[in-house]
Design a protein around this ligand. Structure first.
Ligand code: SAM
Length: 259
């Protein structure tokens, strides 16, 4: 389940989040008159950037968050459109030359089936380009899961706390195998560490709040969610120390396949 998205919070780390997207785009072979589909497009800024850099004919961004889509619609322009839809339930004929997805696939399980479905949207010589975070083992993630198992949060969930979406992410070699099995003739899969230099350790909390913690914001009353964030912050500072600047190593998997 995706969380409650706040476009303003998400955009606080715009430059850091854009870097892997540009690395992903660099893997795509530009050809004439591309039709691009961006799944989990968020605020749409990067969809527009892809449209521009790839000199695409048209680009369609899909997202299931009304708040993110409202922000995205500000970027609508000739050739660029956005639609509210689920990226797994979405269906399209074989009509896209490029299927892109940046930092969104982790929100859904069963990547083998999802990638098979996304491949079915591609034209005969289409390209798939996907980026997912792979930093489940970083304390910013393990502490988030740990605090969620404590009271009063645990009872408020009325069962197991929502799982970290990054648990859905496979090993890089698994994606390579899937791309092969799906018929991609050329592929590039890599794990890359992005070294983000944040002003202070506190900023890690703001970063995670804009993404991973949205799963708790969706399930806790606003006051309880704020209490959760305070405890999470105290634990992060205790474990990671107060540093300024703070170096945040962030592992990501970039995968690209060409049919
Ligand atoms: C971390 S943001 C990435 C946004 C954008 N791709 C970017 O790179 O800036 C993840 C996005 O995935 C969207 N999302 C999560 N699950 C989704 C689903 N099942 N269908 C469509 N969008 C989904 C969220 O609403 C959110 O906008």
């Amino acid at each position: 389940m995706a969380g409650v998205w706040d476009p303003t919070q998400y955009e606080r780390f715009k430059a850091e989040r854009a870097a892997p997207f540009f690395d992903l785009l660099a893997l795509v072979l530009p050809t004439e008159s591309l039709r691009v589909l961006d799944l989990g497009c968020g605020t749409g800024e990067l969809s527009c950037e892809a449209h521009r850099r790839l000199r695409a004919l048209n680009t369609l961004g899909i997202d299931s968050s009304q708040a993110m889509l409202e922000r995205a619609r500000r970027h609508e322009a000739p050739g660029v459109a956005f639609e509210l839809a689920d990226m797994v339930g979405f269906s399209a004929p074989r009509s896209f030359d490029i299927v892109l997805s940046n930092a969104a696939l982790q929100w859904v399980p069963d990547h083998a089936s999802v990638l098979a479905r996304w491949t079915s949207f591609l034209t005969e010589k289409g390209q798939l380009a996907v980026q997912v975070p792979a930093n489940l083992d970083h304390p910013s993630h393990s502490i988030a899961a740990e605090v969620a198992t404590e009271e009063p949060f645990l009872s408020a969930f009325g069962g197991d706390p929502p799982a970290d979406p990054v648990r859905n992410v496979l090993a890089p070699e698994e994606y390579a195998r899937l791309l092969f099995e799906l018929g991609y003739k050329n592929q590039h899969v890599r794990l890359q560490v992005y070294g983000h230099v944040l002003p202070s350790t506190e900023e890690v909390v703001e970063w995670v709040r804009g993404t991973s913690l949205t799963r708790f914001a969706a399930r806790l009353r606003p006051e309880l969610f704020e209490e959760y964030v305070l405890r999470y912050k105290a634990r992060v500072l205790e474990r990671l120390g107060r540093h300024s600047p703070f170096f945040y190593p962030f592992k990501r998997i970039l995968l690209w396949g060409h049919l």
